[in-house]
Design a protein around this ligand. Structure first.
Ligand SMILES: [Zn+2]
Length: 130
């Protein structure tokens, strides 16, 4: 019997989604800033706005009090962008530098960001880019 081809994780880890970012999307705390970063990229790619909201620090400039409006913003982004891949460039104690490869309306909107994360009650949260 052949098993179905596993879905590759959108975070470009080379692992199947089920063994990569999926457990974090289902509630397992990401053990490091890098895994959180990867799981957030995958959440954007897979249109999972609630995970993105849950993993944004309340002091982040990206945090929004109006969750319904925030969810719509995230979904509009997820649904209008093709997530080509992610490259991790550098990892610090609470920082990750990465390149996110994205296409929107036929235009390359890829960007490099140095993100800061903070651990709150055992869970890593995204704070902001620096
Ligand atoms: Zn992944």
């Amino acid at each position: 019997m052949t098993s179905p081809t596993p879905v590759p994780c959108p975070c470009s880890s080379g692992q199947p989604y089920a063994r990569c970012c999926r457990p974090y999307h289902h509630g397992k705390p990401a053990p490091s800033p890098e895994t959180l970063m990867r799981s957030r990229y995958s959440a954007y790619a897979l249109d999972k706005p609630d995970y993105l909201m849950q993993t944004t620090h309340p002091t982040s400039p990206h945090w929004q009090a109006d969750r319904a409006a925030w969810r719509i913003d995230l979904q509009v982004f997820s649904q209008s962008v093709t997530f080509v891949g992610l490259r991790i460039l550098a990892v610090g104690a609470n920082t990750v530098k990465f390149r996110a490869m994205l296409i929107q309306a036929g235009r390359d909107i890829s960007f490099t960001e140095h993100s800061v994360f903070e651990r709150v009650e055992g869970r890593w949260l995204y704070v902001k880019g620096i």
